[in-house]
Design a protein around this ligand. Structure first.
Ligand SMILES: [Zn+2]
Length: 90
């Protein structure tokens, strides 16, 4: 019943993780369950299966909307997968 149950709380923005004075959380992306965005930093996060965790920073990653994206880094484990931060290419 709970659509958010498998995705959990909003993840911290990757930029905020590395700047303790600028911690902020990402927002769920409407129409894309399990995907979050940070409009301030043009950053996205999604839950991916463990085997996709082999992706490295800078690797190509197809975005939720079909645009080409690149991997930023991995986040915490969540819901049987891991959080993957990514952004649009270029
Ligand atoms: Zn941010």
């Amino acid at each position: 019943m709970e659509a958010q149950q498998s995705s959990g709380p909003n993840p911290l923005c990757e930029i905020g993780r590395t700047h303790p004075r600028d911690r902020h959380r990402m927002k769920p992306l409407p129409g894309h369950p399990g995907v979050w965005e940070c409009p301030r930093h043009d950053l996205y996060a999604a839950i991916v299966p463990e085997d996709a965790a082999a992706l490295d920073r800078g690797d190509p990653y197809p975005m939720h909307d079909g645009r080409p994206g690149v991997v930023v880094r991995h986040g915490d484990e969540r819901g049987g997968g891991v959080l993957l931060y990514y952004r649009a290419e270029g």
